[in-house]
Design a protein around this ligand. Structure first.
Ligand code: N7H
Length: 473
């Protein structure tokens, strides 16, 4: 069985959050850092801790107490550069076939992820992410005040900005769940976090949908992890962190300019309906979260809210049809389900279990202003602090971005003349896709950039044992 007291909380259960800080640091004094880390470890929230907190939150709600219980959760992770600085042998974290962690995201961004680059060849990123980042704290909680206090407490433990400092703050970025009815929705307006892998041996309820994954897809050293790890490096997980800006008014303007005239049954749509359908066909879900594969032409909020049905779709029988769901739809690109697992006769099934990722992360930046809505132009930075967990970055995040999202002819087995195109949200390159108009599948629509990557790094979130017995030792 999984030792839930040994695994950092964000990986399997997600730290409960209204607001969250991703705090990036450089280790300036390795010996002192180890010492300070010993005092820090008791703050680290485990999976077992999160489950207890969630029970407390549920009881609090059941007893009709108003408001939230003050609560924070802290996790820590290290980059390859961080392990080098600490003199820790992380070779079992970066075997030859999973190079991404060791390479680091700055280099990966231009070599593999397709991020825009500057004339000197470096990625066109926020300058903080061009520095050497050694580690990351995640601090989540119920309100700004509690996470601010926790951040301060952590800074004191590591003597930040004193002569006793063992780390230097590079940057701390705060994200916030969106207000009111938009809670749980990302900035384009779509409900997020509907589909994450269920984990064998952890999740008690397995809803209909993609098969649950072996724990080793997310946790090092567990069944399903394809590598042998050093004992200290088990029960951890790799994080792909991405600082992703979203061009929300421009996205809305694009939907407005390109409404779909008729649904797949030939019924005429109003411009508003046509724009809404276009957005749903780019994402693969309506804003409510209802999957278009099950509700292709009209939103179905009841379906969206039904956990027994809202993930139970497989693009079945649609290898040569974009009528219900375009090939390059974001959720089809990033989890192609039966496109690969049940390919046409004569082609061997391609398992995708090892490519599932656990998505966490949170929105950052303000709501749209009146001016931005009126002008259709972004004036304030906003987007997603994307973070995904997996035991193999090369098979997980990197593969999804490079070989699926950025690749015109993925998914691969259709024999239609048109190529699927790029992922309309995250695809990097010359951006266009087919299949947006259900009655003119071959029609290709070009589109501007809606998501701009501005930084990131790959981290490893060790087990509690690994932290205590090896990293802080
Ligand atoms: Fe995506 N969005 O708002 O449109 N994503 N994503 N993503 N994404 C998903 O099913 C979004 C990004 C995945 O199992 C939904 O939970 C935005 C990256 C995967 O069916 C929505 C950004 C990568 C899934 C969004 C962004 C992925 C998924 C539907 C960046 C990996 C699950 C809600 C700003 C490389 C697919 C849901 C499945 C779903 C959006 C980024 C991957 C609404 C705004 C970088 C695996």
């Amino acid at each position: 069985p999984l030792d839930l007291n040994n695994i950092q909380g964000d990986i399997l259960s997600g730290l409960p959050k209204k607001t969250q800080i991703y705090y990036f640091f450089e280790i300036t004094d390795a010996t002192k850092f180890r010492h300070d880390l010993r005092k820090f470890i008791p703050l680290v929230e485990t999976v077992a801790g999160v489950l207890k907190d969630r029970d407390a939150i549920d009881n609090h709600k059941k007893n009709k107490h108003p408001g939230l219980i003050p609560m924070t959760g802290v996790n820590i992770s290290f980059s390859h550069k961080g392990f080098v600085k600490l003199g820790i042998d992380d070779s079992t974290l970066a075997p030859a076939v999973d190079k991404a962690f060791k390479t680091g995201q700055q280099i990966d961004a231009v070599n593999n992820l397709g991020d825009p680059k500057k004339s000197d060849g470096s990625p066109d990123w926020d300058s903080h992410f061009l520095q050497d980042i050694h580690g990351m704290f995640i601090i989540s909680g119920d309100c700004h005040n509690s996470i601010k206090k926790k951040e301060h407490e952590i800074e004191q433990l590591f003597g930040v900005q004193t002569s006793q400092a063992s780390i230097k703050k590079i940057v701390a970025i705060r994200g916030d769940v969106r207000p009111g009815a938009e809670a749980g929705h990302e900035h384009f307006g779509f409900l997020d976090g509907v589909s994450n892998p269920a984990v064998i041996g952890f999740d008690k309820v397995i809803n209909p949908g993609p098969k649950p994954v072996e724990p080793g897809v997310l946790l090092t050293g567990q069944p399903g992890d394809s590598f042998t790890r050093a004992p200290w490096a088990t029960d951890g997980s790799f994080i792909a962190f991405r600082y992703l800006f979203q061009q929300v008014p421009e996205f809305n303007e694009f939907l407005k300019q390109n409404p779909i005239a008729k649904d797949g049954n030939g019924n005429a749509l109003t411009p508003e309906e046509g724009s809404e359908l276009l957005g749903a066909r780019m994402v693969g879900r309506w804003k409510s979260g209802a999957p278009i594969d099950l509700a292709p032409f009209k939103d179905d909020p009841v379906l969206a809210a039904d956990q027994k049905r809202n993930n139970d779709f497989f693009f079945e029988g649609e290898i040569n049809s974009q009528l219900r769901c375009p090939f390059a739809t974001h959720v089809r690109k990033t989890n192609p389900r039966n496109d690969l697992e049940v390919p046409p006769p004569g082609i061997a099934p391609i398992p995708i279990e090892g490519r599932r990722i656990m998505r966490r992360g949170i929105q950052f930046g303000p709501e749209l202003t009146k001016e931005e809505k009126a002008k259709g132009k972004t004036e304030h930075g906003r987007g997603l602090l994307f973070a995904s967990y997996q035991t193999n970055i090369t098979n997980g995040f990197q593969f999804l971005q490079q070989s699926w999202a950025n690749t015109q002819n993925f998914p691969p087995f259709e024999t239609q003349p048109e190529l699927p195109g790029l992922d309309p949200l995250i695809g990097q390159g010359v951006r266009s896709m087919s299949g947006l108009d259900p009655l003119a599948e071959q029609k290709v629509l070009s589109m501007p950039t809606f998501i701009v990557p501005r930084g990131g790094e790959y981290f490893f979130a060790p087990s509690l044992k690994g932290l205590k017995e090896t990293i802080a030792a």
